[in-house]
Design a protein around this ligand. Structure first.
Ligand code: 5GP
Ligand code: ZN
Length: 112
């Protein structure tokens, strides 16, 4: 399977790592849309939020346990946004589950 984020997790494609544990990996987005823009992914390939099931739920729980630690390490003391795009209408461009952490400024109130 040809997956960009699986290649990043394996180190085949370089990335700016901000966090790693047994089940998740976080790195800076190559095209930041806010002063701080980081992506958090499960090390196991899951296609999107839409593919989460009871077997993968522990991986997702691990990501959400890591997010506050990652946000603190990035200095996001005044809040931030977590976003996941899903499928065509959600404009998901990489088909490996990922959560965007966006912050470092007052973000737009517009979500869509
Ligand atoms: P999506 O549009 O699927 O929600 O988000 C994919 C994100 O991956 C985009 O924000 C895009 O900038 C980021 N991205 C795409 N290719 C690379 C890459 O090679 N390295 C890094 N660090 N980010 C990438
Ligand atoms: Zn993958």
């Amino acid at each position: 399977m040809d997956c960009l984020f699986c290649a990043i997790i394996k180190g085949e494609i370089p990335s700016k790592k901000v966090y790693e544990d047994d089940s998740c990996y976080a790195f800076l987005d190559i095209n930041p849309q806010a002063p701080v823009h980081c992506l958090v992914v499960p090390k196991e390939h899951i296609a999107s939020v839409d593919a989460i099931n009871s077997e993968s739920a522990d991986k997702v729980a691990a990501i959400f346990t890591a997010i506050p630690k990652i946000a603190a390490s990035l200095g996001l003391t005044n809040g931030y946004r977590v976003v996941s795009n899903i499928g065509e209408d959600g404009c998901q461009s990489v088909k490996h589950l990922h959560f965007h952490i966006l912050g470092g400024k007052k973000l737009s109130e517009n979500m869509a």
